[in-house]
Design a protein around this ligand. Structure first.
Ligand SMILES: Cc1ncc(COP(=O)(O)O)c(C=O)c1O
Length: 507
């Protein structure tokens, strides 16, 4: 138990908690302080030791359920017992997203700022579904959305709000697109309206699955997401987009939206946003930009050119919970068409109507499928002030430098191949030792696919680093995704060392 200035000996938490749990309300301030201090000690100890844990613990599916009682506790338990079980049962069985060796998918880091922000959020218990249910939640969100918008260099014609995930943000944006196309789908639905022509959404072969999920959810249907071909660098081909729209129009479909991805999930490719915006404008289509991962790079003045043209989009999604050191969840949806989102999602029953509304207010639930919301703006407000834009830029820049160094090591090693350009902080590669003489291209790919699957498993078994995979042009690719706030240069160098060592051991 930590000692605190000016405090006498503390009663054991268990006793305090037990005593107060017998009552009808919650802890008194002294007991709350004691409980929070105990939890803080656990948090600090975990983060201090996380790098020594296996980043991906060796767990068999289904083996954890049996660690816990099958029936709920009838009586109150002491906090010491709960925290001891947390340390014994929860922490070691977690995939360690806070580990500096977490280089899989896209890392999400809970920075210290984010942890403090989440604590404040939860203690204030706001639900900014209506302005009146949280005036500060609603208005601080406007402030923070404006700060983030300026940070990435977008004009003030963009408004927006915060959602849980990019999947939700894209769903909402495409709901707006569906209304913009005049389908009145939120009122009438789409079923049985064949005369309209099936609505179509265009996204590259590399676009994230959340776009298809949005189409599934919005009644547009997965099949009506047209996967546009990509070029050699895995970017959407504008000529293929234009051709797909023309052929759909001829066939009686109803084009609704184009989704461009700036930083695709597999390889972080950057769709050519300018030409795509021209095509969308020519056909009057909603342009949605999925910059969930890479959008924060627009904070770097020297990288703004990669985003030139995105200011023509109708909507843009950027996830602070990916590469802005914000604990999950926080996804920023920016749009120039708030009114369309409202057309798509507004429904105000009597019990949510604000009776004493003397001046217009924003009730954010009118723009979203769900009603209740978290006060995400608070943690972002803490985080933006804590780091300053300058501190965030420094870290993002550093992760890009780390990835460039990694890419150069791969390029310099003849037994490895890089499978895609690495414009941001993610490197896609495979181990490619020579095969038998006169091996066909296909046989080579098959051999390397299986070898690299084994390599990935071997690397992840070490527990020092966690990498994930994808397929690029049909080939199995290992992805090294940097962006965890705790990943130092030595961890990146170690990841490369482990990859090479495990690769050599397979041969
Ligand atoms: C480009 C892109 N868009 C969307 C998503 C979905 O993000 P979320 O988990 O926030 O829904 C991801 C996830 O990695 C992504 O890479």
């Amino acid at each position: 138990m930590p000692e605190h200035e000016g405090e006498d000996e503390e009663e054991p938490i268990g006793a305090v908690l037990f005593e107060q749990s017998q009552g009808l309300t919650d802890l008194d301030p002294d007991a709350l302080r004691t409980a929070l201090h105990a939890a803080v000690e656990v948090v600090v100890a975990h983060l201090a030791g996380v790098a020594d844990r296996p980043v991906l613990p060796a767990i068999e599916p289904g083996s954890l359920v049996g660690l816990f009682p099958a029936t709920p506790p009838e009586a109150a338990e002491a906090l010491e017992t709960i925290l001891a079980d947390y340390r014994a049962l929860i922490e070691p069985n977690a995939t360690q997203w806070q580990h500096p060796g977490f280089m899989a998918y896209f890392p999400t880091s809970s920075s210290a700022a984010g942890i403090v922000g989440e604590l404040l959020m939860t203690s204030l218990s706001q639900n900014p579904m209506l302005w009146r249910t949280s005036p500060i939640g609603t208005e601080l969100e406007q402030v923070v959305v404006g700060w983030l918008r300026q940070a990435v260099g977008l004009p003030d014609s963009y408004d927006g709000f915060l959602n849980d995930t990019a999947s939700t943000s894209s769903l909402i944006a495409l709901g707006g697109a569906r209304e913009q196309a005049g389908l009145d789908a939120s009122e009438l639905g789409l079923a049985g309206r064949a005369a309209l022509g099936a609505p179509r959404i265009y996204a590259s072969e590399e676009a994230h699955s959340s776009i298809e999920k949005a189409a599934m959810t919005l009644g547009i249907g997965r099949r009506n997401v047209v996967r546009v071909a990509t070029d050699g660098a895995l970017r959407m081909r504008p000529d293929a987009l234009a051709a797909a729209i023309d052929s759909d129009l001829e066939a009686g479909f109803r084009p609704v939206a184009v989704v461009a991805t700036l930083g695709t999930t597999s390889s972080t490719a950057i769709d050519p946003i300018g030409p795509i915006a021209d095509i969308a404008a020519r056909h009057g289509l909603w342009l949605h930009v999925d910059a969930a991962y890479a959008g924060v790079v627009a904070m770097l003045p020297e990288r703004r050119a990669d985003f030139a043209g995105w200011e023509r989009a109708d909507s843009i999604v950027i996830n602070p919970h990916k590469w802005l050191f914000t604990p999950i969840d926080a996804s920023l949806l920016l749009t120039r068409r708030m009114e369309r989102l409202r057309d798509a999602f507004s429904l105000v029953p009597e019990y949510l109507r604000t009776l004493d509304r003397s001046s217009p207010v924003r009730d954010v639930n009118e723009y979203t499928p769900q009603l209740g919301r978290r006060f995400r703006a608070l943690k972002l407000w803490v985080l933006l002030r804590w780091f300053g834009l300058e501190g965030l830029r420094r870290r993002i820049r550093h992760h890009i430098e780390q990835a460039q160094a990694f890419a150069s090591w791969v390029d310099a090693d003849p037994s490895f191949e890089r499978l895609a350009p690495a414009p941001f902080s993610t490197v896609c590669l495979r181990y490619a030792p020579p095969g038998p003489p006169r091996e066909s291209g296909r046989a080579r790919d098959e051999r390397l696919d299986s070898l690299n699957q084994d390599l990935l498993e071997a690397v992840n078994r070490t527990g020092e680093v966690f990498l994930s995979h994808t397929r690029l042009d049909g080939r199995f690719a290992i992805r090294v995704a940097l962006g965890q706030i705790r990943t130092e240069d030595r961890h990146v160098a170690r990841a490369w060392e482990i990859l090479r060592r495990e690769a050599a051991a397979l041969s």
